[in-house]
Design a protein around this ligand. Sequence first.
Ligand code: RBF
Length: 168
Amino acid sequence: MSSADKNLSVFKTDGLPDISSRKFAILVAEWNSEVTEKLFEGAYNTLIQYGAEAENIERGNVPGSFELTTGSLWYALRRDIDAVIALGVVIQGETKHNDYINHAVAQGLTNVSLKTEKPVIFGVLTPNTMEQALERAGGIHGNKGDEAAMTAIKMLGLYSEVARHGSH
Ligand code: RBF
């Protein structure tokens, strides 16, 4: 199976942490909302499937992917939030603007994560076409929202592991 037709949302699920008392924020960009809503569904359902409580998942909407950085920072600064998942879709190829947005968001979310010492997950699709976006949001290539949620869970597990072996 080539990577072109692989369902990319297959991940290892052994050794996942107990997330029943963990609190998550999911940020959703309104641009290309037909896709970002599907990413949200994937992320939300995956958190629930692996043990999160519905009341511990908060959703925040931002106008476009560029605003994911600031929105994520506001949530990540909250003491009660353990992890932030940022979801957006930036379709490439129409204008150079897209490259600027992608780089700004990738760098911005990295900064938020480092500043707050919390997992801040990059769930931004950067496909060439809307069709490719839909294929990765519940289509033949799986759902990147699922993967983003699983990444948040795994990073919380790693953090517990690291903290158990030392002191901060
Ligand atoms: N936001 C997205 O989430 N996806 C896009 O594909 C997207 N394309 C844009 C293209 C242009 C030319 C501009 C000006 C904005 C675009 N945005 C997009 C919105 C951007 O993320 C942000 O909301 C606005 O630039 C306001 O800061």
